[in-house]
Design a protein around this ligand. Structure first.
Ligand code: 3PG
Length: 324
């Protein structure tokens, strides 16, 4: 029987071509989360990027065997419901990490040197050399990384290339694991932020990490430190940011937000918050051609593995028998 594959988000062009050879593909990159329950009904594989896959969708998809997250984070998918219905959930960990790490380094340099702000001032016709002479500079400064996974390690290496000294807070990693990376382990988040000139967070969003960056922890930062979040918006309590920026002169760089618009060109309602932030990007950490190609290759590989009745790497079900 032909496998029916529904692609609900934009993927690299070659992915469509490759998937076409593996099954019958509906490529509908503008699909909205609320349309999925009706559209998904007789499909076997669903490929999504950031489109939400809700309980309704999983319940309606009676022939669904697998959901592939063409990316790393799976918090847009109702995984408990998928597991309950015997639907495999796979992701493509590590494939877009370089792109995210590159953006983090970009934010760090832009926040320190205020490149965007100087650009705007020059565009308005003012030579602003004296005004922008107060950057701290990165060589010899301390970088604190929260969670040392694929992205955290890439950021560490790039920052060391700039002469930064790297520390990490990751309860799952020992000092021995960090040694080859020349990173010093910090036992608590508080210790990490107290020693860091720049803090970047790369953990997943869970009940435990929700609002792990709140007013209390920001108060422990060094004055004038840079804070970067390109992981998930919910890790940071955004409500305290304007106050903390004012009090401690922190420079905040964000790529992710709580309650992000779900489709492109939608309004960004958090303009008040945005005014207090130094650099902002609209969740484009993974949005490079290189990342899209790497994610696409893994997506196709997962489909191939599945069709060959082998077990692709999964985030929920470990036992193929569950599908029978
Ligand atoms: C991810 O989880 O892979 C990144 O946050 C990128 O997400 P996106 O594919 O929705 O841009």
């Amino acid at each position: 029987m032909t496998t029916k594959i529904f692609v609900a988000d934009k993927v690299a062009e070659f992915v469509q071509k490759s998937l076409n050879k593996l099954g019958e593909v509906l490529y509908r990159p503008t699909t909205k989360a609320q349309e999925l329950p009706e559209l998904i009904q007789d499909y076997n594989i669903l490929v999504v990027r950031s489109t939400r896959v809700t309980e309704d969708t999983i319940k309606s998809a009676t022939d669904l065997k697998m959901i592939i997250r063409a990316g790393a984070g799976t918090d847009n998918i109702d995984i408990p419901k998928a597991t309950e219905h015997g639907v495999f959930v796979c992701n493509c960990p590590g494939t877009n990490s370089s792109a995210v790490a590159e953006l983090v380094i970009g934010h760090m340099i832009c926040a320190d040197r205020l490149i965007h702000q100087t650009t705007e001032t020059l565009k308005k016709g003012t030579w602003c050399k004296t005004k922008f002479q107060g950057s701290m500079g990165l060589r010899g400064r301390n970088l604190g990384i929260v969670s040392l996974g694929y992205i955290g390690k890439l950021v560490a290496k790039a920052a060391q290339g700039l002469g930064m000294v790297v520390y990490a807070y990751d309860p799952r990693k020992t000092q021995e694991i960090m040694d080859p990376w020349k990173i010093t382990k910090m036992e608590t988040l508080t210790e990490l932020v107290e020693i860091s000139d720049v803090v970047t967070v790369h953990t997943v969003l869970t009940e435990k990490t929700k609002h792990m960056f709140n007013e209390e922890i920001f108060k422990r930062f060094k004055n004038g430190a840079i804070f970067i979040n390109a992981a998930r918006g919910g890790i940071v309590d955004h409500t305290c940011l304007p106050k903390i920026v004012k009090e401690k002169g922190l420079k905040i760089s964000l790529d992710v937000y709580e309650d992000e618009p779900s489709t492109t060109s939608e309004e960004f309602p958090q303009t008040e918050l945005a005014k207090s932030i130094t650099t902002l990007t609209p969740h484009i950490g993974a949005s490079t051609k290189q990342a899209s190609e790497a994610v696409g290759e893994m997506t196709v590989e997962i489909v191939q593995t599945f069709l060959n009745e082998k077990l692709p790497p999964m985030v929920n079900i470990k036992n193929r028998e569950l599908l029978k």
